[in-house]
Design a protein. Structure first.
Length: 94
């Protein structure tokens, strides 16, 4: 189930990136590896699948040093665009 959320969010973020940045960065591969690794612990039992997918994508972008244009323009961050209740969830649960 996490895979469908991850694919949706990867597509949304790649649409925001400059085409040559999206093409040369293995964002999907790294995010998929992180998602698979999340099943080795109890993360998948503690958090909703869409939030895990956003976190994996965020970590992949950070690891690759890819900046999403929304972050630099004072607009909402990309994860708020993809999943608006994500920040509220984090504030309530952590």
């Amino acid at each position: 189930m996490n895979l469908q959320y991850l694919l949706h969010h990867i597509k949304a973020v790649q649409d925001l990136l400059v085409p040559h940045v999206a093409a040369r960065s293995p964002i999907a591969t790294v995010a998929w590896a992180l998602l698979r690794d999340s099943y080795h612990g109890n993360v998948c039992l503690l958090h909703p699948p869409d939030h895990i997918a956003v976190c994996c994508l965020y970590l992949a972008l950070e690891m690759l040093g890819v900046e999403v244009p929304l972050n630099n323009q004072g607009e909402p961050t990309w994860w708020n665009v993809c999943k608006y209740d994500f920040v509220i969830y984090l504030l309530i649960n952590f």
